[in-house]
Write a new protein. Structure first.
Length: 141
């Protein structure tokens, strides 16, 4: 996948949620990601990045300093030519699937449902049939 497209979505999502960017530039994010991969001696794998508002008393006000979390892991061996059975269902991420969030419950429930039916995964789709969520994909950096 294209890092620039991921970062553009990240910037837009942060804006939609009124979260200030806790990074100077996309280049600084790539630098941190590459450093993390080097430190963990990962040639092929994935990097997870999460940005939160931070911690504050529970009063639903945005008076927090953002947290930026990264972790990296090696990619499991999986041939791109291995066929997998999947299914589709309506994307349930609070009807705002254009915003990347850590609201993973619908994804977890959909994955479990697919597993229980002997399938590899579930792809989330919008009412008009656009695929919005699917199996883990590699970000080549």
């Amino acid at each position: 996948m294209d890092a620039a497209a991921h970062f553009e979505r990240l910037d837009r999502s942060l804006g939609e949620l009124s979260i200030e960017k806790p990074y100077a530039s996309h280049a600084s994010l790539l630098h941190k990601i590459r450093y993390l991969k080097r430190c963990n001696q990962i040639d092929e794998g994935f990097v997870y990045m999460q940005i939160s508002r931070g911690i504050a008393p529970r009063n639903h006000c945005f008076q927090m300093i953002q947290n930026l979390l990264f972790y990296a892991d090696e990619a499991p061996p999986l041939s791109p030519f291995v066929s997998k059975k999947i299914r589709t269902e309506r994307d349930g991420r609070w009807h705002r699937c254009d915003i990347k969030t850590t609201n993973l419950l619908p994804n977890v429930l959909a994955k479990q449902s697919a597993f229980e039916k002997g399938l590899f995964d579930t792809w989330g789709v919008t009412d008009d049939g656009m695929v919005t969520e699917g199996p883990f994909q590699m970000l080549g950096l």
